[in-house]
Design a binder for this molecule. Structure first.
Ligand code: GRF
Length: 201
């Protein structure tokens, strides 16, 4: 797989780790970018021998300025695809357009339910019986683009945000490597809001 994928992550990086641990995906992970100086994600990338960049939000003017710097970095590194993995910034329209159809996100709920920054807590507070994981293409609206893969996770009596998120993450770690592989292998075809998987995974 010759594709060059950048993973953008702000946090502990367990989804990044799942991508690095998948032998079919690992060779295409070329760069990990973070907006935080030393999150787990950058350390995991260093351990795996993947190039890392800390792009400091304080050093750039607003979202547009930050994302222009990010686009420069991605361009220099010849990045073809982006996987957001807990990247806690909203992307500018310019960046989203530049990577249209080549930019994935993973969200710990069944979109379009519970978009935003606290989907696990929000699902619990709403009292739903089932939530889950969504992998979707990123468009200019937050947590909105065409859905690639979804899987349900049942809410159990006594669940709190931590226990529920832990079970959601088990699913994430299976779904994201599959979705990224399908993307870089050119097996995802978008028709309006529908995403078709062209071949068997
Ligand atoms: C994941 O739950 C992902 O769905 C959300 O942010 C979390 C990142 O977790 N977008 P990690 O840093 O990959 O462990």
């Amino acid at each position: 797989m010759g594709a060059r994928v950048a993973v953008l992550a702000s946090g502990k990086g367990s989804n990044l780790q799942a991508l690095l641990d998948d032998p079919a995906v690992r060779p295409s992970i070329s760069l990990v970018v973070s907006d935080r100086e030393a999150p787990g994600a950058l350390l995991r990338a260093e351990d795996a021998g993947v190039a890392t960049i800390f792009l400091d939000p304080g050093a750039h003017e607003g979202r547009a300025g930050y994302d222009r710097a990010l686009l420069d970095v991605l361009g220099v590194e010849n990045i073809e695809h982006i996987a957001l993995a807990g990247f806690m910034r909203i992307l500018s329209a310019e960046l989203v357009r530049a990577y249209e159809g080549r930019l994935l996100n993973i969200h710990p709920a069944l979109l379009p339910s519970f978009p935003g920054a606290h989907p696990v807590r929000d699902a619990l507070e709403w009292g739903v019986k089932v939530t889950g994981v969504t992998v979707h293409f990123v468009d200019e609206e937050v947590d909105h683009g065409p859905i690639v893969l979804q899987e349900t996770v049942a809410i159990e009596p006594g669940d709190d945000a931590e226990s529920l998120h832990a079970r959601i993450q088990e699913v994430e770690h299976r779904l994201y490597p599959l979705a990224v592989r399908l993307l870089v292998e050119g097996k995802l075809k978008v028709e309006g809001r529908a995403v078709h998987v062209l071949d068997d995974a």
